[in-house]
Write a protein that binds this ligand. Sequence first.
Ligand code: PLP
Ligand code: ZN
Length: 409
Amino acid sequence: MYARGLVCRVCGKQTKLEVRYYCDSCFGPLEIEYDYAAIRNQVTPAHVAAGPDSIWRYGALLPIARKPVDLSTGWTPLLRAERLGDRLGLRDLWIKNDSVNPTFSFKDRNVAVAVNSALAYGYDTFACASTGNLAGSVAGFAARAGLRSYVFVPSDLERNKLLSAAVYGATLVTVDGNYDAVNRLCTQIAEEYGWAFANINLRPFYSEGSKTVMFEIVEQLGWQPPDAVIVPMAGASLLTKMNKALREMVKVGWLTSAQTRLIGAQPEGCSPVVRAFKSGSEDVAPVVPDTIAKSLAIGDPADGHFALRAIRESNGTAEAASDAEIVDGIRLLAQTEGIFTETAGGTVVAVARRLREQGLLDPQERTVLCITGNGLKTPEALDGEIFSTIRLDRANLSAFEAVLDERAA
Ligand SMILES: *Cc1c(COP(=O)(O)O)cnc(C)c1O
Ligand SMILES: [Zn+2]
């Protein structure tokens, strides 16, 4: 294993690799560091390409030493999106379709790493505070690994998100409060019970999984970084770690440079990072979420400050979309490309449309939309939408023809 320790993201203090998530000098968040020189000498893009069709092809830049327990996570399709591109006026548009992961969201990337950390450090209980997708992923991977699991979510979640956590046998704890309250409770439980919380005490390990989306995009484009990526933000860890992935690919010599513009997308009803970006602030002021995009409803994003910095340093931007635009985004992606995404994906499509209208996306730029979750988890978002259906009161050819004639008239 090439992971060699933890480093504080604020003061840079280094410590040994262990389960610890904040710096003992400044309380800043910790992240994993690797022996980049050794990877540069020993792991080439050809070695990566010979690896498994999963996130584990990037094992050199993940903090796991054991043979991983997994459900075949990652190596999801990167698709050219010509029809959506035509509609948005973008000539080189691509979709990274992470809705086809084992539990149907990109969170499987994080959880695949976290569950193996939980096993390596001898935990028997795997847990999380979640806005929905993480709960399903933790529950699924806990089942696969034979760990007990507890998942904590706000009680107003979509029904299918509750079901897709409970079905795996996790104890589902629904809390009458928003995600930020659930997260505070879970921080206390993690201290008190010594459980492995994927996104709290295991966060430095968990968040490394997000890098693999960017590794894959770059490799699937023939080791060429795209000009821009549009990334949905909740806690803003995904965007922050996609940036870390670009820096690391340069450090280990898989890329000579990485100038990808990082673009953050949030729903208007929960857009603290977008607001801070637009106001020129360095600090992200917390908000109280009110949006149909529940997977993005984190009012006080843990990585908001780091995401802001990454967006600015990459010459990127940030934009929000209204709930109505998000629903239009879901429909547009489904009807142009055959991909049914949840509200987070709808947010990304809607933000691409807004930025294009504002002239903030260059039509020639190679742009990748990160579609992070599956539409079957948020059917409520489409309540009241009208789709084309024909109802026949009997299975009769002339009845069908009569309806078609009526429509043609
Ligand atoms: C969690 C989640 C996000 C946001 O991830 P962060 O790292 O918290 O910013 C985006 N899309 C989906 C579908 C998610 O479940
Ligand atoms: Zn520190």
